[in-house]
Design a protein around this ligand. Structure first.
Ligand SMILES: NC(=O)c1ccc[n+]([C@@H]2O[C@H](COP(=O)([O-])OP(=O)(O)OC[C@H]3O[C@@H](n4cnc5c(N)ncnc54)[C@H](OP(=O)(O)O)[C@@H]3O)[C@@H](O)[C@H]2O)c1
Length: 276
């Protein structure tokens, strides 16, 4: 067991729950939740409460904070913009201030949306990335694109969980978008890279976390759930998100598994078969 202590925010989220189970046997890790206690040992933390952040960090004394808990798309901002800004920017600011007081490093789960922000989600991820760079003890920014792969959280309305829904509703034809092309991200790579940057002491870096292949959501669905017997149909949702292609050269040092698109698809099909 690595002796580093970790505080992981959003341990009940789709991404955070997977990172929590991947890392919990290797580190002394405290996972936090806000309203959904997915694992009985998680501690409650409302990231919009500055004092609670300070109390948590003071109590847990982590060497590394893995900051996962953010609204994961611009949609919640249409309903409550103030709440959106409080979680996706103000909380980050407060977390960094506290990290600097207690000499903690931060690994921040950002997004490809931060590269060329075209909505409030990308804009705040971009601004949070700039703030994270002020973490004095060290920072790592991980930038995934659309994330797929198994997680203990199977219920949040995230792209991977929509594939699971299509698999559960076997009789319905599943329609998936053909308009937006992107490099997909495998959820387990976020845990692997976090583990390795801590173990190898790699700090003050930003990594794109993607598989080097451009696909659409239709192609992903066809490759993952069609072999499981689901009828997948293309639909043009006329998304206007930019197509960004980032080099994956900086990821080679991590020898990530699965390492290719096809390996990732095979891994995810196995994960889905195991959960259902
Ligand atoms: N999923 C993707 O495809 C994707 C792609 C790129 C980047 N990301 C990034 O990955 C991270 C996780 O995304 P996700 O898809 O796993 O999100 P998610 O499943 O929608 O989870 C969002 C999390 O935010 C937490 N939260 C909400 N309000 C909070 C508050 N006031 N205090 C503390 N926590 C609060 C929720 O906690 P409770 O459930 O306990 O209420 C929940 O765990 C985000 O930073 C997102 O931007 C995701």
């Amino acid at each position: 067991m690595n002796t580093n202590k970790i505080l992981l925010t959003g341990a009940s989220s789709y991404v955070g729950a997977r990172m929590y189970i991947d890392l919990k046997d290797k580190y002394t890790i405290t996972g936090t939740y806000h309203s959904n206690k997915l694992f009985s040992e998680l501690r409650q933390l409302n990231l919009k409460d500055k004092q609670s952040i300070k109390d948590s960090v003071k109590r847990e004394k982590p060497e590394v904070i893995i900051h996962v808990a953010n609204h994961a798309s611009p949609r919640p901002a249409f309903k409550d913009k103030i709440d959106f800004i409080e979680l996706n920017k103000q909380a980050t600011k407060n977390l960094i201030k506290t990290a600097n007081e207690f000499n903690c490093k931060i690994i921040f789960i950002s997004s490809f949306a931060a590269i060329e922000p075209d909505n409030i989600y990308g804009k705040l991820k971009h601004e949070s990335e700039e703030l994270i760079k002020q973490t004095k003890a060290g920072y790592v920014i991980l930038r995934p694109s659309l994330i797929i792969g198994g997680s203990p959280n199977t219920t949040n309305d995230r792209p991977h969980n929509r594939l699971l829904r299509s698999y559960e509703n076997k009789d319905q034809v599943a329609e998936y978008d053909t308009s937006w092309t992107f490099q997909p991200s495998y959820v387990g790579h976020l845990s692997d890279i976090s583990d390795q940057v801590i173990a190898k002491d790699i700090w003050d870096k930003t990594f794109p976390v993607v598989i080097d292949k451009l696909v659409t959501q239709y192609q992903l669905a066809k490759d993952i759930i069609k072999p499981l017997g689901i009828t997948v149909k293309p639909i043009d949702k006329q998304f206007t998100y930019p197509t960004l292609r980032e080099s994956t050269d900086s990821l080679k040092q991590f020898s990530l598994k699965p390492s290719s698109y096809q390996e990732m698809i095979n891994t995810i099909i196995k994960e889905i078969r195991l959960t259902k």
